[in-house]
Ligand binder design. Structure first.
Ligand SMILES: Nc1ncnc2c1ncn2[C@@H]1O[C@H](COP(=O)(O)OP(=O)(O)OP(=O)(O)O)[C@@H](O)[C@H]1O
Ligand SMILES: [Mg+2]
Length: 722
């Protein structure tokens, strides 16, 4: 039997893990140390050496993409198909079990899966039935409550009757929601896991069947399992099925979704006959990159502690680019990607990673302009996002009341008591009369064709749109968008949502206002709004690269887990953006942000760029954030600052602003041309130029050692030298 193919490409610690005879295995190791590789080789070992049938193996990964890759790598190693083996995510496996055993799980054969939006709609219906006021208890709060209970394995009936109004209301909603799901044969994501767990609890024979079938269960990214997932695993393993868990406490980034990094600690306690293997050699990244990652994560207090080293050469320095603003940043990134491909590399070897989805818009625009194909992984393109489409629909109605698609989209978003029945009635009326929905709605109101309450609600909507238009006719585009987004209630609607999701939708809406501010109409004589809407529609079209085409990968840091790329660009390395402004105050969340930074840096193999913008349109206004603390944590010797400023053409947004020259005196800055100054980071230099005024005033200084830089005066803290 030839096992060389399985063991040869491994170091000795990895081989120990792959060929271990211990009953249970825990591989606890840092990023890029080969955890996933060990898991894959262990499976090949079990099949080839231990003669275990693929049918008796269950492997759990974090994403479907990872599951597909894992299967392909195993098949490569074995040289034949691993058919019969179960490889998937917790959700995927739970779904498969419930499909096979729907009767025992108490489900109809064709039960329906609710995604997060479907779930929210169902929650709304429950509110209506119970007569609960969503201005007091936002829908998203209830949705978050339900999901959090399910992640903990709790049904409504398990909850202690509560006195306080919040708990009482949430429990009441949860109970009614469960009944509605039961009646409709509907299963949300959390329910998949919960029911799969109950399947084990309630059907001991079935559990026994699977315990006999699965001779080994292996789990990747174990640090991000939640309570119900771990409980499910433990039930399945009982005291007979060997488990292998691989993970890295430093990469636990889903705490906000109920993941429990303690599961790693609990594992060795729950399974005393566990062999723990630590892997310390990193094979992914150059030494510079790894040193940077180690420096960043070492500032966390709450760690199990690991040593990670590499044999690789230092490699290229980490490049840091301080951009004027986010457009300059995006253009810089597009240029670097051009360089990358012109050196004969593939686009798909390059990834741009960012903290918040809203950041992708400016990056997408720069890539489109530069003609660089890109793909957004695990997310939607900016103009396709639901909240953006809603806001655009309001704007479209201002331009054209007869836009039926826009009408349908927002007539009841945010909810204003216009139910499906009313909308259906309007549709029929519009069809019969051959008119638009808007006109049909007017007619229905004028001629009292609707029941009183519905009629009032529809009249309210019509009045809102008219009023919006009156309020904005003369305003610049960005103010129109700002006004419409605020007055339509969309911001409040999303702000009331619980958790990161609502926050991210609000950020996206504010980003839309920013987009309007930077929009340059082609035809200045015409109104900007319709031109902007056309542009947005085009951007939302299929300009994203075809599947399979060579394209740069864009994704959030969260979606980048487990992946690796020769070139990584971490964009938006600024305080308040990353770490996210919501997390700076709380030590626990800050540690999670730092782990996310560690995940980001360790995705890079050869070259890492860090970019930040000295000024950025953020949350609807211009902000000046300091460079991220995570950049400052990296030893200066590993970083090389990229200096392009003097060669770079000034960003158009600046070029087109009237420049107020203060060059005679530096006005009230206390500085003058040719004056020597000192800066706490860049040292001494000479003032070359001034630009702008007030909060936007900037100064160009030619530093003796650092070359020429533009700095924002109010932040630069320059001290004049005689
Ligand atoms: N012994 C080895 N020899 C050569 N290359 C290796 C070895 N072990 C792992 N690698 C390579 O190192 C890279 C990182 O491995 P892998 O993705 O398995 O790490 P990981 O620990 O799972 O990382 P992460 O924590 O990011 O999920 C991969 O390209 C892998 O093929
Ligand atoms: Mg991995």
């Amino acid at each position: 039997m030839d096992v060389t193919a399985i063991l040869d490409p491994l170091n000795s610690a990895q081989r120990d893990a792959v060929s271990s005879q211990a009953k249970h295995l825990l591989v606890l190791a840092g990023a890029g140390s080969g955890k996933t590789r060990v898991l894959v080789h262990r499976i090949a070992w079990l099949i080839q050496v231990e003669q275990i049938s693929p049918y008796s193996l269950l492997a759990v990964t974090f994403t479907n993409k990872a599951a597909r890759e894992m299967r392909a790598r195993i098949e490569d190693l074995l040289g034949y198909s691993g058919q019969g083996m179960w490889v998937g995510t917790f959700h995927g496996i739970a779904h498969r079990l419930l499909k096979m055993h729907w009767q025992q799980a108490g489900l109809p054969e064709n039960f329906q899966i609710l995604d997060s939006d479907d779930q929210l709609r169902l929650v709304k219906r429950v509110y209506q039935t119970l007569g609960i006021d969503d201005s007091r208890w936002p829908y998203r709060q209830a949705q978050g409550f339900i999901n959090a209970q399910k992640d903990e394995g709790l049904r409504a009936r398990h909850l202690q009757p509560a006195q306080d109004p919040y708990q009482r209301t949430m429990q009441q909603i949860y109970t009614a929601y469960e009944e509605a799901c039961e009646r409709g044969g509907m299963v949300d994501f959390g329910e998949l896991l919960l029911r799969a767990h109950e399947l084990w609890l309630q059907q001991p024979e079935l559990l026994q069947h699977y315990q006999q079938r699965f001779r080994h269960v292996l789990v990747d990214e174990f640090q991000d399992t939640n309570a119900i997932q771990y409980a499910w695993l433990r039930m399945l393993a009982g005291n007979q099925v060997p488990l292998m868990a691989v993970g890295d406490d430093d990469q636990s980034i889903y705490g906000w979704r109920g993941a429990k990094v303690e599961n790693i600690l609990n594992f060795s306690r729950d399974y005393p006959d566990t062999q723990t293997v630590r892997l310390e050699q990193n094979y992914r990244s150059s030494k510079n990159i790894l040193d940077a990652a180690n420096a960043v994560i070492s500032r966390n207090v709450d760690r199990l502690g690991k040593n990670l080293w590499t044999d690789d050469p230092d490699g290229e320095p980490i490049a840091l680019y301080a951009a004027f603003n986010e457009h300059d940043e995006a253009r810089f990134i597009a240029d670097r990607l051009q360089d990358w491909t012109s050196q004969g590399n593939l686009r798909e070897e390059a990834a741009i990673l960012y903290r918040s989805n809203a950041q992708s818009r400016v990056l997408e625009e720069a890539l489109l302009r530069a003609g660089i194909p890109y793909r957004i992984y695990g997310g939607q393109k900016f103009y396709e996002r639901q909240e953006i489409r809603n806001a655009l629909a309001y704007l479209r109605l201002l331009v054209n009341r007869n836009d039926d698609a826009a009408f349908e989209r927002v007539v009841n978003t945010p909810t204003r008591g216009i139910g499906d029945k009313t909308v259906q009635g309007l549709r029929e009326l519009a069809r019969d009369e051959g008119m638009s929905l808007w006109r049909a709605a007017q007619k229905a109101v004028d001629e009292s064709l609707l029941p009183g309450r519905a009629s009032n609600a529809v009249a309210g909507f019509l009045a809102l749109i008219d009023e919006l238009e009156e309020g904005v006719v003369e305003l610049p585009l960005a103010e129109i968008a700002d006004h419409v987004i605020a007055r339509s209630g969309l911001i409040d609607f999303h702000r009331r949502e619980k958790g990161d999701r609502g926050e991210s939708r609000v950020e996206n809406l504010q980003e839309l206002i920013t987009a309007c501010r930077g929009f340059e109409p082609e035809d200045k004589a015409l109104s900007a709004l319709p031109q902007f809407l056309d542009q947005a529609a085009l951007d939302a079209g299929d300009r994203q690269a075809d599947a399979g085409a060579d394209a740069v990968q864009l994704m959030t840091l969260h979606s980048a887990k487990g992946l690796e790329f020769p070139l990584v660009i971490l964009a938006g390395m600024e305080e308040n953006l990353f770490p996210h402004r919501m997390s700076v105050e709380e030590p626990g969340r800050l540690e999670e942000e730092r782990r996310l930074a560690y995940v980001g840096i360790t995705r890079a193999m050869q070259k890492l760029y860090l970019t930040f913008a000295e000024s950025r349109q953020q949350y609807g206004s211009e902000s000046y954030n300091a460079v991220s603390r995570f950049v400052r944590d990296i030893p200066a010797g590993l970083i090389e600052e990229v200096r392009l400023r003097t060669h770079v053409q000034r960003p158009t947004s600046y070029a087109q602003k009237p420049t107020v020259s203060l060059s005679d005196s530096g006005a009230d800055t206390g500085l003058s041309l040719g004056q020597r100054v000192t800066h706490h980071v860049f040292g001494e230099g000479v003032v070359l130029n001034f630009e702008g005024n007030g909060a936007h005033a900037r100064v160009q200084v030619n530093f003796d050692n650092e070359g020429s830089k533009w700095l924002v005066l109010s932040y630069a803290k320059l001290t004049p030298l005689c």
